[in-house]
Design a protein around this ligand. Sequence first.
Ligand code: ES4
Ligand code: ZN
Length: 326
Amino acid sequence: DPVLDFALRCPKAELHLHIEGSLEPELAFAMAERNGIRLPYADVDALRAAYDFADLQSFLDLYYACADVLRTAADFRDLMLAYLARAHADGIVHAEIFFDPQTHTARGIRFQTVLEGLEAGAAEGLARWGISSRLIVCFLRHLSEEDGFATLAEVEPFIARIHGFGLDSSERGHPPSKFERLFARCRALGKPVVAHAGEEGPPAYIYEALDLLKVARIDHGVRASEDPALLQRLARERMPLTVCPLSNVRLCVFARMEQHTLPQLLAAGLNITLNSDDPAYFGGYLGDNIRAVQAAFHWDAATWYQLARNSLEASFASPAEQAGWI
Ligand code: ES4
Ligand code: ZN
């Protein structure tokens, strides 16, 4: 399919990628081995067999358990480099990468260790493939705002090396309003903020992310399709939505790709970008998402070109960097 080949080759940015969610089972077992840790699964196949999720929480339980193998700066470097290799193969020229410091500092891994490892991988990816990247610290929303403030205090000595802040983990029952003061502080530090909203949570959480957290992008946001007034507002403001199609199907937000509301979101004039979220867990990288979406919706080359352009324009890359890609 020449349209699919074009979509895969177009220079594009990935804006919604949790680096811990790119940990493939093979790499997890290799790290467990070298760190002298036992994973609660017999082997790679047993772990992969557990990737059968009923909802976001059932995924998060496994995702946090596997992150335990990440111990050293070399682990975080190898994780980043493995992701960037896959990203390069899918035409990604720029990646804005989430990480969850609280998952690691709670286990006694220092923030500095995590940061140095991720940066080493990013530097190697830039040298090998010319991929630029940014790091976005995500706060875990199932934890308290106070815990978030303590995490921000650990990040602040390294603040120049962090591009922005995000909000992830269990959405239901943890609305953006819980973090209004924390995000005001992040913005006062001069950083753009983003938040997962409207993945499993209601449209009201998307309004809160916009009005209370003052986000630059909405991560997921697919439940906006339930609220026509919200769709109009998102279109008017050209607010980017970082949509993750395979993630939504694997976490049962939509039963099948054919039922995904991507076509309605595009028809409403929204600034949509496609992303892989947690590619090791959800059935693939950005290219796999593109293949699955194209199999369901058969879009034309103009639509794929627009999506690639949206991803570059919705990125935090400078206008000079963007001009080099477009
Ligand atoms: C996540 Cl898919 C998703 N949603 C919310 N938080 C997350 N952390 C990692 N993946
Ligand atoms: Zn996500």
